[in-house]
Design a protein around this ligand. Structure first.
Ligand code: PGA
Length: 248
């Protein structure tokens, strides 16, 4: 039985002092034993958020990371910096990073390998555009993203990974994928992992749905056999996140 994982993606929101206030506000609301709860926060909020989350079930994650260890990469954050700050999860390849910051499937793969090397769990994002969905190539597209993201990743590493399926047209739009659409793609991702590795790896890996998840849509989505939780943007900044975590 896979444990659900519900992660907030704060994106570029919350100053350090606002982050502390939000963690303190949500702490009692997201208390939950049967799901992993992660707040992925802006880099500058990581240290105060880790401090504020102490003693709670909240793990603090990062929203991005660079794939080199150190050096002349102005403005980037290294894996060691994240680990030293107390980070266990890192979002890799969010569609906003792909769209605005030139992330490719290849850089995603490099970052995924680095995250594992440093014992962090990557939350690997994939998802199709509206055009791709209308062209009928959603599953082909997602399979390609997954196959490249997992190049040179071992089965033991893959078993611990988290994949977030986020249709781009559903992110921040209030337009949630239907339960059937979300389940169909998450099942296809699990099948793809089974082809790359084996049945045991496919059964172990956790696959989230993301894209306008709310307290009202979460219960049906999270009840699907291949949906192991959610990656939540807008609603993770509100008390509603407590309802999403405690969806059942
Ligand atoms: P949203 O964002 O919940 O605001 O649609 C999800 C995400 O981008 O991870």
């Amino acid at each position: 039985m896979r444990k659900k994982i519900i992660a907030g993606n704060w994106k570029m929101n919350m100053t350090p002092s606002e982050a502390v206030a939000l963690v303190n506000e949500l702490k009692p609301l997201v208390a939950c034993e049967d799901a992993d709860v992660v707040f992925c926060v802006p880099a500058i909020d990581i240290i105060p958020a880790v401090e504020a989350a102490k003693g709670s079930n909240i793990e603090i994650g990062a929203e991005n990371m660079y794939f080199e260890e150190k050096g002349a990469y102005t403005g980037e954050i290294s894996p060691n910096m994240l680990v030293d700050a107390g980070v266990k999860y890192v979002i890799i390849g969010h569609s906003e990073r792909r769209e605005y910051f030139a992330e490719t499937d290849e850089t995603v793969n490099k970052k995924v390998l680095k995250a594992f090397e440093h014992n962090m769990i990557p939350i690997i994002c994939c998802g199709e555009s509206l055009k791709q969905r209308e062209q009928g190539i959603t599953i082909d597209w997602i399979r390609q993203q997954i196959k490249i993201a997992f190049l040179n990743v071992t089965a033991d590493q893959a078993k611990t990974a988290v994949i977030a399926y986020e249709p781009i047209w559903a992110i921040g739009t209030g337009k949630v994928a239907t339960t059937e659409q979300a389940q169909e793609v998450c099942a296809a991702i699990r099948c793809c992992i089974g082809e790359i590795y084996d049945e045991a790896t496919a059964e172990a890996i956790r696959i989230q749905y993301g894209g306008s998840v709310s307290a009202s849509s979460a219960p049906e989505l999270f009840s699907q056999p291949d949906i192991d939780g959610g990656l939540v943007g807008g609603a993770s900044l509100k008390p509603d996140f407590g309802k999403i975590v405690n969806w059942h």
